[in-house]
Ligand binder design. Structure first.
Ligand code: NDP
Length: 401
């Protein structure tokens, strides 16, 4: 159905590209390019062994727009899937506009020197993509991504309005490491050490990072402590569903993880401000990343399940209702299928499905779109057939935490 160029060859990319190869009727030609070509070649070899599909690989610096444009032209791709880092979003959107192809990513743009998690930089491309007749899909991972599509699906099929929504991200898995993050350590630690923020009564309410803790009994996984955090989809959800009075995001962390982050933060290791070391300028968090385990290598070690979903309360035909919609994913089953743990899988599979929506013409309107703005139905169908089945249950009452 279409040719795709994927940029970035980390944990998420490995899962996404493997699933693309498993859907070769949709992804007729795949090129995987990253800063270091050997990472692409390793993924390509794994894909060849698992699926028999050959993909092309290339080396490219995503920050080099002319080089990316030349690569797009050489591959003949009609869609660029950005699975590199949030710092590259804008330059890759520029490259897509110049080469005249569609764009998709899984995380919103961040300037390197300040952890902002704001959409305005990417939303500013709306007119450019519209005028060019091109589509840009923002945040096609699990959260943001599937959780946003879940919200739209509930609003379309189960609720007329959404008054309050809680996104609950639970990783009940264990990788046996003293301290490791499940996706890029730099981005992960920037997220969890940022001030917590949620939307309530038309305003942002802030609290210090990792302080508001609530125990929650997750389906299948069981009881875990979850922490209130800021997450980028809160901004887009409250913008696109203006009736929302309260939107919150929660993520589970074990005590050991929280203690490590607190100590690392306390001694300055999570800082993104440059410091001089032996006459060389380094960024402490980037140095920390280089000594932490590589998340793409945790697949074999990780056991347990994830449970990610939304609890939404709103009105249906004049009656208040609450629904819990979620997916359960097993780390070991993901590893057996694609060679990645469930955090890479639950991000990579929705990236593949979002890309499939564009190539199949299901999401074809020109412009820059967050996931909750698009028709959820074909995406929800593919979740069920591509390894991320979901369940929806009506709850007796709104959440009381
Ligand atoms: P990784 O660090 O494992 O992979 C990033 C890849 O991008 C690496 O291969 C890296 O190259 C490559 N890269 C970085 N800079 C450049 C550049 N300038 N040019 C070319 N390639 C570059 O990250 P993850 O796979 O864990 O995460 C990928 C993305 O997914 C991130 O943006 C993350 O925020 C997002 N994400 C989204 C989630 C969601 O649910 N929405 C959940 C989890 C992650 P090299 O190998 O040389 O370092």
């Amino acid at each position: 159905m279409g040719k795709v160029l994927v940029i970035g060859a980390g944990g998420v990319s490995s899962a996404a590209v493997t699933k693309m190869a498993m859907n070769a009727d949709i992804f007729t030609e795949i090129t995987l390019a990253s800063r270091r070509k050997f990472k692409c070649d390793d993924i390509a070899a794994n894909i060849k062994t698992r699926t028999g599909v050959e993909i092309a690989t290339a080396e490219v610096d995503a920050m080099d727009v002319p080089a990316v444009v030349a690569l797009i032209r050489q591959t003949g791709a009609t869609l660029l899937v950005n699975l590199a880092l949030p710092y590259q979003d804008l330059v890759l959107m520029d490259a897509c506009l110049e080469a005249g192809i569609n764009y998709l990513d899984t995380a919103n743009y961040e300037p390197e020197d300040v952890a902002k998690f704001e959409y305005h930089w990417q939303w500013a491309y709306q007119d450019k993509f519209k005028q060019a007749g091109l589509t840009a899909i923002l945040g096609s991972g699990f959260d943001p991504g599937v959780t946003s599509v879940f919200a739209t699906w509930l609003r379309k099929h189960k609720l007329d309005t959404i008054r309050q929504i809680d996104i609950l991200d639970c990783n009940g898995g264990d990788n046996g490491k003293v301290f490791a993050t499940n996706f890029n350590p730099e981005i992960n630690i920037r997220e969890v050490t940022a001030e917590a923020r949620h939307w309530e009564n038309n305003d942002w309410v802030t609290s210090p990072a990792m302080t508001h803790k609530v125990p929650f009994d997750f389906p299948v996984v069981g009881k875990k402590n979850m922490y209130l955090m800021y997450h980028e989809e809160l901004e887009s959800l409250k913008t696109h569903f203006p009736e929302i009075q309260r939107a919150r995001f929660w993520m589970t962390f074990g005590d050991a993880y929280i203690n490590h982050v607190r100590v690392l933060e306390g001694i300055g290791m999570t800082s993104i401000k440059p410091v001089m070391h032996d006459g060389v300028e380094i960024i402490p968090l980037q140095f920390l990343k280089s000594v932490l385990p590589d998340p793409s290598e945790l697949g074999e070690l990780t056991k347990g399940k994830t449970c990610i979903g939304d609890i939404a309360t709103g009105m249906k035909d004049g009656v208040e209702k609450t629904f819990y919609i979620y997916n359960i994913c097993d780390h070991e089953e993901c590893y057996a299928e694609v060679g990645s743990q469930a955090v890479s899988y639950t991000t990579g599979v929705p990236a593949m499905i979002g890309a499939a929506m564009v190539l199949k013409g299901e999401w074809a309107e020109a412009g820059v779109w967050n996931m909750e703005q698009l028709n959820p139905d074909p995406f929800m169908e593919m979740l069920n057939t591509q390894g991320l089945p979901w369940e929806v249950h009506e709850l007796d009452a709104p959440v009381d935490f």
